[in-house]
Write a protein that binds this ligand. Sequence first.
Ligand SMILES: Nc1ncnc2c1ncn2[C@@H]1O[C@H](COP(=O)(O)OP(=O)(O)OP(=O)(O)O)[C@@H](O)[C@H]1O
Length: 268
Amino acid sequence: MTLRNLKAVPAEESMNEAGAICVRNVLKRYPGKHAVNALEDVSLTIREREFVSILGPSGCGKSTLLRIVAGLVPHNEGEVLVNNKPVKGPSSEIGVVFQSSNMLPWLTVEKNMMLGAQLRKLPAEQTAAKVRDLIKMLGLSGFEQNHPHQLSGGMRQRASIGQILALDPGILLMDEPFGALDALTRDLLNVELLRIWQERMQTVMLITHSIQEAVFLSDRVLVMSGRPGRILHDIKIDLPRPRLPENIKGNPRYGQYIAEISKIMGVY
Ligand SMILES: Nc1ncnc2c1ncn2[C@@H]1O[C@H](COP(=O)(O)OP(=O)(O)OP(=O)(O)O)[C@@H](O)[C@H]1O
Protein backbone atom coordinates (compact mmCIF):
# COMPACT_ATOMS: atom_id res chain seq x y z
CA MET A 1 0.00 0.00 0.00
CA THR A 2 1.27 3.47 -0.82
CA LEU A 3 0.46 6.59 1.13
CA ARG A 4 -1.80 7.65 -1.72
CA ASN A 5 -4.17 4.83 -0.78
CA LEU A 6 -4.81 6.28 2.67
CA LYS A 7 -7.98 8.00 1.48
CA ALA A 8 -7.38 11.51 2.75
CA VAL A 9 -10.49 13.08 1.26
CA PRO A 10 -11.69 16.67 1.47
CA ALA A 11 -14.08 17.14 4.42
CA GLU A 12 -17.05 18.18 2.24
CA GLU A 13 -17.27 14.71 0.70
CA SER A 14 -18.52 13.25 3.98
CA MET A 15 -21.36 15.79 4.23
CA ASN A 16 -23.89 14.12 1.99
CA GLU A 17 -25.48 11.90 4.60
CA ALA A 18 -27.32 12.43 7.87
CA GLY A 19 -25.30 11.77 11.00
CA ALA A 20 -25.53 11.74 14.78
CA ILE A 21 -23.57 15.01 14.67
CA CYS A 22 -23.87 17.40 11.73
CA VAL A 23 -21.99 20.68 11.71
CA ARG A 24 -22.57 22.89 8.70
CA ASN A 25 -20.67 26.04 7.78
CA VAL A 26 -20.16 27.07 11.38
CA LEU A 27 -18.50 30.35 12.24
CA LYS A 28 -17.57 31.17 15.82
CA ARG A 29 -16.38 34.62 16.81
CA TYR A 30 -15.26 35.46 20.34
CA PRO A 31 -16.05 39.17 20.67
CA GLY A 32 -14.26 41.81 22.74
CA LYS A 33 -11.10 43.87 22.59
CA HIS A 34 -9.13 40.90 21.27
CA ALA A 35 -11.95 39.54 19.11
CA VAL A 36 -11.02 36.39 17.20
CA ASN A 37 -12.72 34.13 14.74
CA ALA A 38 -12.02 30.76 16.33
CA LEU A 39 -13.82 28.76 13.61
CA GLU A 40 -14.77 29.63 10.04
CA ASP A 41 -16.88 27.58 7.69
CA VAL A 42 -16.49 24.35 9.67
CA SER A 43 -18.49 21.41 8.35
CA LEU A 44 -18.40 17.79 9.45
CA THR A 45 -20.65 14.79 9.88
CA ILE A 46 -20.19 12.01 12.43
CA ARG A 47 -22.39 9.00 11.84
CA GLU A 48 -24.09 7.03 14.58
CA ARG A 49 -21.64 4.74 16.43
CA GLU A 50 -18.67 6.21 14.61
CA PHE A 51 -15.47 7.03 16.51
CA VAL A 52 -13.99 10.23 15.11
CA SER A 53 -10.93 12.09 16.40
CA ILE A 54 -10.07 15.70 15.71
CA LEU A 55 -6.47 16.86 15.48
CA GLY A 56 -5.16 20.35 14.83
CA PRO A 57 -2.59 22.89 15.94
CA SER A 58 -2.93 24.48 19.36
CA GLY A 59 -5.51 27.28 19.36
CA CYS A 60 -7.21 26.19 16.11
CA GLY A 61 -10.60 25.93 17.81
CA LYS A 62 -10.91 22.20 18.64
CA SER A 63 -12.30 22.77 22.15
CA THR A 64 -14.55 25.52 20.84
CA LEU A 65 -15.98 23.10 18.28
CA LEU A 66 -16.58 20.43 20.92
CA ARG A 67 -18.27 22.95 23.24
CA ILE A 68 -20.52 24.13 20.42
CA VAL A 69 -21.61 20.56 19.69
CA ALA A 70 -22.14 20.03 23.44
CA GLY A 71 -24.41 23.11 23.55
CA LEU A 72 -22.07 24.83 26.03
CA VAL A 73 -21.03 27.67 23.70
CA PRO A 74 -23.20 29.35 21.04
CA HIS A 75 -22.03 29.71 17.46
CA ASN A 76 -22.52 32.79 15.28
CA GLU A 77 -23.29 31.32 11.89
CA GLY A 78 -24.13 27.94 10.42
CA GLU A 79 -26.01 24.97 11.73
CA VAL A 80 -25.29 22.31 14.38
CA LEU A 81 -27.55 19.26 14.55
CA VAL A 82 -27.39 16.40 17.03
CA ASN A 83 -29.63 13.47 16.13
CA ASN A 84 -31.18 15.73 13.49
CA LYS A 85 -32.23 18.41 16.02
CA PRO A 86 -30.60 21.83 16.29
CA VAL A 87 -28.41 22.18 19.38
CA LYS A 88 -29.85 24.83 21.70
CA GLY A 89 -28.06 23.93 24.93
CA PRO A 90 -26.73 20.94 26.88
CA SER A 91 -28.72 17.75 26.33
CA SER A 92 -29.02 14.37 28.03
CA GLU A 93 -28.19 12.75 24.69
CA ILE A 94 -24.62 14.03 25.01
CA GLY A 95 -21.96 13.25 27.63
CA VAL A 96 -18.83 15.37 27.86
CA VAL A 97 -15.50 14.31 29.36
CA PHE A 98 -12.86 17.00 29.92
CA GLN A 99 -9.16 16.76 30.65
CA SER A 100 -9.60 17.38 34.34
CA SER A 101 -11.94 15.27 36.41
CA ASN A 102 -15.50 16.51 36.94
CA MET A 103 -15.79 14.72 40.27
CA LEU A 104 -16.82 16.45 43.46
CA PRO A 105 -13.97 16.04 45.98
CA TRP A 106 -16.24 15.48 49.00
CA LEU A 107 -18.11 12.54 47.45
CA THR A 108 -16.86 8.96 47.07
CA VAL A 109 -16.26 7.42 43.65
CA GLU A 110 -19.57 5.57 43.87
CA LYS A 111 -21.54 8.66 44.94
CA ASN A 112 -19.90 10.74 42.23
CA MET A 113 -20.94 8.17 39.65
CA MET A 114 -24.52 8.14 41.01
CA LEU A 115 -24.80 11.91 41.16
CA GLY A 116 -25.80 12.76 37.58
CA ALA A 117 -28.56 10.15 37.57
CA GLN A 118 -29.82 11.38 40.94
CA LEU A 119 -29.95 14.96 39.67
CA ARG A 120 -32.00 13.72 36.74
CA LYS A 121 -34.21 11.76 39.14
CA LEU A 122 -33.55 8.46 37.36
CA PRO A 123 -34.59 5.32 39.29
CA ALA A 124 -32.03 4.79 42.10
CA GLU A 125 -31.92 0.99 41.96
CA GLN A 126 -31.33 0.89 38.24
CA THR A 127 -28.57 3.50 38.54
CA ALA A 128 -26.91 1.65 41.42
CA ALA A 129 -26.79 -1.55 39.35
CA LYS A 130 -25.39 0.34 36.37
CA VAL A 131 -22.74 2.03 38.54
CA ARG A 132 -21.72 -1.33 40.03
CA ASP A 133 -21.21 -2.70 36.49
CA LEU A 134 -19.27 0.37 35.42
CA ILE A 135 -17.01 0.22 38.48
CA LYS A 136 -16.13 -3.34 37.53
CA MET A 137 -15.73 -2.53 33.86
CA LEU A 138 -13.46 0.42 34.60
CA GLY A 139 -11.23 -1.55 36.98
CA LEU A 140 -12.27 0.47 40.03
CA SER A 141 -13.51 -2.43 42.18
CA GLY A 142 -12.35 -1.93 45.76
CA PHE A 143 -12.16 1.85 45.30
CA GLU A 144 -15.90 2.58 45.40
CA GLN A 145 -15.69 4.29 48.79
CA ASN A 146 -12.52 6.25 48.03
CA HIS A 147 -12.62 9.98 47.49
CA PRO A 148 -11.15 11.45 44.29
CA HIS A 149 -7.91 12.58 46.00
CA GLN A 150 -7.29 8.96 47.04
CA LEU A 151 -7.11 7.82 43.39
CA SER A 152 -4.28 7.96 40.86
CA GLY A 153 -4.68 10.34 37.91
CA GLY A 154 -5.61 7.46 35.60
CA MET A 155 -8.19 6.12 38.05
CA ARG A 156 -9.70 9.59 38.48
CA GLN A 157 -10.09 9.91 34.72
CA ARG A 158 -11.64 6.43 34.51
CA ALA A 159 -14.08 7.39 37.25
CA SER A 160 -14.89 10.63 35.38
CA ILE A 161 -15.68 8.60 32.28
CA GLY A 162 -17.81 6.32 34.49
CA GLN A 163 -19.75 9.34 35.75
CA ILE A 164 -20.69 10.18 32.19
CA LEU A 165 -21.36 6.58 31.09
CA ALA A 166 -23.72 6.11 34.06
CA LEU A 167 -26.06 8.50 32.24
CA ASP A 168 -25.99 6.36 29.08
CA PRO A 169 -25.52 9.17 26.59
CA GLY A 170 -25.72 8.09 22.95
CA ILE A 171 -22.97 10.57 22.09
CA LEU A 172 -19.70 10.97 23.92
CA LEU A 173 -17.62 14.12 23.43
CA MET A 174 -14.12 13.94 24.87
CA ASP A 175 -11.74 16.89 25.10
CA GLU A 176 -8.18 15.61 25.64
CA PRO A 177 -9.44 13.18 28.31
CA PHE A 178 -6.02 11.60 28.78
CA GLY A 179 -3.91 14.70 28.10
CA ALA A 180 -2.68 15.06 31.68
CA LEU A 181 -1.64 11.41 32.08
CA ASP A 182 1.72 9.74 31.55
CA ALA A 183 2.24 7.87 28.27
CA LEU A 184 1.87 4.38 29.75
CA THR A 185 -1.39 5.15 31.59
CA ARG A 186 -2.67 6.88 28.48
CA ASP A 187 -1.98 3.80 26.35
CA LEU A 188 -3.75 1.57 28.89
CA LEU A 189 -6.77 3.88 29.02
CA ASN A 190 -6.92 3.97 25.22
CA VAL A 191 -7.29 0.20 25.24
CA GLU A 192 -10.00 0.45 27.92
CA LEU A 193 -11.80 3.18 26.05
CA LEU A 194 -11.90 1.00 22.94
CA ARG A 195 -13.17 -1.96 24.92
CA ILE A 196 -15.97 0.17 26.38
CA TRP A 197 -16.78 1.64 22.99
CA GLN A 198 -16.86 -1.82 21.40
CA GLU A 199 -19.32 -2.95 24.09
CA ARG A 200 -21.54 0.11 24.15
CA MET A 201 -20.99 1.57 20.67
CA GLN A 202 -21.65 5.21 21.40
CA THR A 203 -20.91 7.88 18.83
CA VAL A 204 -17.61 9.41 19.91
CA MET A 205 -15.96 12.72 19.02
CA LEU A 206 -12.50 12.90 20.58
CA ILE A 207 -10.24 15.95 20.64
CA THR A 208 -6.61 14.96 20.99
CA HIS A 209 -3.08 16.20 20.37
CA SER A 210 -1.79 12.67 19.87
CA ILE A 211 -1.67 11.40 16.29
CA GLN A 212 -0.96 7.86 17.58
CA GLU A 213 -4.00 7.94 19.86
CA ALA A 214 -6.22 9.26 17.06
CA VAL A 215 -5.11 6.55 14.60
CA PHE A 216 -5.32 3.73 17.14
CA LEU A 217 -8.84 4.60 18.27
CA SER A 218 -10.69 6.08 15.34
CA ASP A 219 -12.77 5.19 12.31
CA ARG A 220 -11.89 8.61 10.91
CA VAL A 221 -9.43 11.35 11.80
CA LEU A 222 -10.27 14.95 10.95
CA VAL A 223 -7.38 17.41 10.72
CA MET A 224 -8.04 21.11 11.27
CA SER A 225 -6.11 24.10 9.95
CA GLY A 226 -4.59 26.76 12.20
CA ARG A 227 -6.96 29.49 13.49
CA PRO A 228 -9.53 30.22 12.25
CA GLY A 229 -10.02 26.49 12.30
CA ARG A 230 -11.48 24.62 9.34
CA ILE A 231 -11.56 20.91 8.64
CA LEU A 232 -8.84 20.34 6.06
CA HIS A 233 -8.62 16.55 5.89
CA ASP A 234 -10.92 13.65 6.60
CA ILE A 235 -8.92 10.43 6.80
CA LYS A 236 -10.61 7.04 7.01
CA ILE A 237 -8.63 4.69 9.27
CA ASP A 238 -8.93 1.32 7.67
CA LEU A 239 -7.48 -0.87 10.45
CA PRO A 240 -9.21 -4.05 11.64
CA ARG A 241 -11.31 -4.15 14.84
CA PRO A 242 -11.27 -5.16 17.60
CA ARG A 243 -8.03 -3.25 18.01
CA LEU A 244 -5.44 -4.27 20.53
CA PRO A 245 -1.94 -2.76 20.73
CA GLU A 246 -0.36 -6.11 19.86
CA ASN A 247 -2.29 -6.49 16.60
CA ILE A 248 -2.31 -2.83 15.55
CA LYS A 249 0.99 -1.27 16.54
CA GLY A 250 3.01 -3.68 14.40
CA ASN A 251 0.66 -3.25 11.43
CA PRO A 252 2.51 -1.31 8.69
CA ARG A 253 -0.67 0.62 7.87
CA TYR A 254 -0.75 2.01 11.41
CA GLY A 255 2.72 3.47 10.88
CA GLN A 256 1.74 4.77 7.45
CA TYR A 257 -1.32 6.58 8.80
CA ILE A 258 0.82 8.19 11.48
CA ALA A 259 3.44 9.22 8.91
CA GLU A 260 0.78 10.61 6.55
CA ILE A 261 -0.98 12.63 9.24
CA SER A 262 2.33 13.86 10.67
CA LYS A 263 3.23 15.10 7.19
CA ILE A 264 -0.14 16.83 6.76
CA MET A 265 0.31 18.53 10.13
CA GLY A 266 3.95 19.44 9.49
CA VAL A 267 5.29 17.41 12.42
CA TYR A 268 7.89 14.73 11.84
N1 LIG B 1 -13.92 32.12 26.09
C1 LIG B 1 -13.10 32.64 25.16
N2 LIG B 1 -13.04 33.98 24.96
C2 LIG B 1 -12.24 34.50 24.01
N3 LIG B 1 -11.45 33.78 23.20
C3 LIG B 1 -11.45 32.45 23.37
C4 LIG B 1 -12.27 31.81 24.35
N4 LIG B 1 -12.07 30.48 24.28
C5 LIG B 1 -11.17 30.28 23.29
N5 LIG B 1 -10.80 31.48 22.74
C6 LIG B 1 -9.87 31.66 21.64
O1 LIG B 1 -10.36 30.91 20.53
C7 LIG B 1 -9.28 30.26 19.85
C8 LIG B 1 -9.52 28.76 19.84
O2 LIG B 1 -9.43 28.26 21.17
P1 LIG B 1 -9.69 26.72 21.53
O3 LIG B 1 -9.45 26.55 22.98
O4 LIG B 1 -10.98 26.33 20.97
O5 LIG B 1 -8.52 26.03 20.68
P2 LIG B 1 -7.90 24.55 20.79
O6 LIG B 1 -7.62 24.12 19.41
O7 LIG B 1 -8.77 23.69 21.61
O8 LIG B 1 -6.55 24.85 21.57
P3 LIG B 1 -5.58 23.84 22.37
O9 LIG B 1 -5.23 22.73 21.41
O10 LIG B 1 -4.39 24.68 22.69
O11 LIG B 1 -6.32 23.36 23.58
C9 LIG B 1 -8.01 30.68 20.60
O12 LIG B 1 -7.44 31.77 19.92
C10 LIG B 1 -8.50 31.11 21.95
O13 LIG B 1 -7.67 32.11 22.48
